[in-house]
Design a protein around this ligand. Structure first.
Ligand SMILES: CC(C)(COP(=O)(O)OP(=O)(O)OC[C@H]1O[C@@H](n2cnc3c(N)ncnc32)[C@H](O)[C@@H]1OP(=O)(O)O)[C@@H](O)C(=O)NCCC(=O)NCCS
Length: 187
C-alpha cells in the first residue's frame, strides 16, 4: 500500500469508536448483521439473545453515530460443570464497504478485554480459523474442549487466564438460542 493509502486507512480507523451497545442501537445493529451475513439468522439470533438477557458484552463500531460493526459475547457453560466464567464470541460483523480497516480486529480485541475485565477465563468461537488465529485463538481441542455443533477445526479458544484447566472432553454449551443457527455457520 502507498504512504497515502496507509495514511487514509489510519485516518478511517481513527474515526471509528468502539463502544458498548446502547438500547437505541438495536435497529442499527440488526442492519449491520443483515448486511454482513447471507441471511437474517444472525440478526434474529442477537435479538433473541438480547431479549433473554443472555448477552454479557455487546460492542458497536460507531462512526459519528453510524453503526458499522458489532460483536456479541454470551456466557457459555460446561458439562461437566466448571467453576469459572467463560464467554462465546459471536456473531461478529462489519458492514460491507468498511471491511479491512481493522474494525473487526478492534471489536474482537476490545471484546476480549471486556470479558477479561469481567474475570472470564476464556473465550470460545465458532469461526474461520484463518481469521481468528491472528488474535491468538487456538484449537479448542488443544485445551480439552468440545462443542455441540459437530465442528472441529473452526471451534477455537482464547485463553484469558492460565488457571483454567478444563478436564479432557469437556463440553462447551452455548445458550439454547444458538441451536437455531444453520449447521456450520461461522460467527
Ligand atoms: C469477518 C469480518 C468481521 C472482518 O471484519 P474486518 O473489519 O474486515 O476485519 P479486519 O480489518 O480486522 O481484518 C481484515 C482481514 O481479515 C481477513 N478476513 C476477513 N474475513 C475473513 C475470513 N472469513 N477468513 C479469513 N480471513 C478473513 C481479510 O482478508 C483481511 O486480511 P488482511 O488483514 O490480510 O488484509 C467481516 O469481513 C464480516 O463482517 N464478514 C461477514 C460476517 C462474518 O463472516 N463473520 C464471521 C467471521 S468468521
Amino acid at each position: 500500500m502507498s504512504a497515502g493509502g496507509t495514511a487514509r486507512k489510519r485516518g478511517a480507523e481513527a474515526l471509528v469508536r468502539i463502544r458498548p451497545e446502547q438500547p437505541r442501537d438495536a435497529a442499527a445493529v440488526r442492519q449491520v448483521l443483515v448486511s454482513a451475513f447471507p441471511s437474517s439468522a444472525e440478526a434474529d439470533l442477537v435479538e433473541q439473545l438480547r431479549a433473554g438477557g443472555k448477552i454479557d458484552v455487546s460492542l458497536v463500531a460507531d462512526i459519528d453515530g453510524d453503526i458499522i460493526g458489532h460483536v456479541a459475547f454470551t456466557r457459555v457453560s460446561f458439562d461437566p460443570p466448571l467453576d469459572f466464567l467463560a464467554h462465546g464470541l459471536g456473531p461478529l460483523a462489519v458492514v460491507p464497504g468498511h471491511e479491512r480497516h481493522a474494525v473487526g480486529r478492534r471489536l474482537v480485541q476490545n471484546g476480549l478485554a471486556a470479558c477479561h475485565a469481567r474475570d472470564a477465563c476464556m473465550v470460545v468461537v465458532l469461526g474461520d480459523p484463518k481469521y481468528y488465529r491472528r488474535f491468538g485463538f487456538e484449537p479448542a481441542s488443544r485445551h480439552g474442549l468440545r462443542n455441540e455443533f459437530g465442528v472441529e477445526e473452526s471451534f477455537m479458544v482464547f485463553m484469558l487466564e492460565a488457571r483454567a484447566h478444563p478436564p479432557p472432553a469437556t463440553l462447551v454449551r452455548y445458550a439454547d438460542e444458538f441451536q437455531s443457527l444453520p449447521r456450520g455457520a461461522a460467527l
